[in-house]
Design a protein around this ligand. Structure first.
Ligand code: NAD
Length: 252
């Protein structure tokens, strides 16, 4: 029960890594606000969990006014805000000359700017309470390039360095900030790769552990970073990728 009496906000909490983390936070005692644009999945999740201990707010995180309000409403509902998990994200394919500027703007808004706006709303609340914890979902796609993943690579790379900047700016205020860098995780986001013949096999070949990770495995890493077990961990970029980025790419 590492999160007894704690309050957590999870963006993109209705599905995949976010939903697994909501379940784990709640199982370990937290009150959790799920912030997501998918109303059906969001309500289904909060219905599944204990009445009154979880709450769903429908919000498109690319709407900064709505996102800042969702963070403040979460605080007001439960009287505190201890943990912010910035996890909502989308991907898109397209090399630079072919990428629609609107798609670029959307990916940057959802994957990067939402992290800034949620932190902008949360940090004053955490600071006033003497501290808090922020975990940002980046990706191994923020550490190196993927062919044709232009906007996603840019956004996730920025989330990684923004995490470091946040960590040093707010360390003396008792606020820890870390990033999760998942590799290939079996969620609806990667379901599209499963439908593209051969793509998943190529990805799996590049993973020394030979399999995709699960949302539950990511939730355990997030819970560690969000808990007092990680009390001296801030500014860390936590890779959880089955070894995918550990090698040089040279074949076995
Ligand atoms: P997912 O699609 O299962 O979950 C993403 C959630 O974000 C969904 O509930 C969706 O409704 C929500 N969301 C998307 N856009 C939103 C918006 N504008 N406003 C509010 N909510 C929005 O995917 P996932 O794999 O669990 O992804 C979670 C995070 O993990 C993302 O940031 C993603 O980039 C990152 N990630 C995933 C993988 C992977 O292989 N699955 C790898 C690296 C990083």
């Amino acid at each position: 029960m590492r999160f007894q009496d704690k309050v957590a906000v999870v963006t993109g909490g209705a599905s995949g890594i976010g939903a697994a983390t909501v379940r784990l936070f709640a199982a370990e005692g937290a009150k959790v606000v799920v912030v997501d644009m998918n109303e059906g999945l969001g309500h289904a999740l909060t219905d599944e969990l204990d009445e009154g201990r979880t709450h769903f707010i429908r919000c498109d995180v690319s709407d900064r006014v709505a996102l800042e309000a969702a963070v403040k409403d979460s605080h007001d509902r439960y009287g505190r805000l201890d943990i912010l998990f910035n996890n909502a994200g989308i991907g898109c394919f397209g090399k630079t000359p072919d990428l629609d500027p609107e798609v670029w703007e959307k990916v940057i808004a959802v994957d990067l700017s939402s992290v800034f706006y949620a932190c902008r709303a949360a940090i004053p609340l955490m600071r006033a309470a003497g501290g808090g914890v922020i975990v940002n979902t980046a990706s191994i796609s923020g550490l190196a390039g993927d062919y044709g993943f232009t906007a996603y690579n840019a956004a996730k790379g920025a989330v990684i360095n923004y995490t470091r900047a946040l960590a040093i700016d707010h360390a003396r205020e008792g606020i820890r900030v870390n990033a999760l860098c998942p590799g290939l995780i079996d969620t609806p986001l990667t379901a599209v790769a499963k439908q593209m013949s051969g793509v998943l096999d190529v990805w799996l070949e590049g993973i020394p552990m030979g399999r995709a990770g699960t949302p539950e495995e990511m939730a355990k890493v997030v819970a560690f970073l969000a808990s007092d077990d990680a009390s001296y961990v801030t500014g860390a970029i936590m890779i959880a990728d089955g070894g995918a980025t550990a090698g040089t790419g040279q074949p076995d």
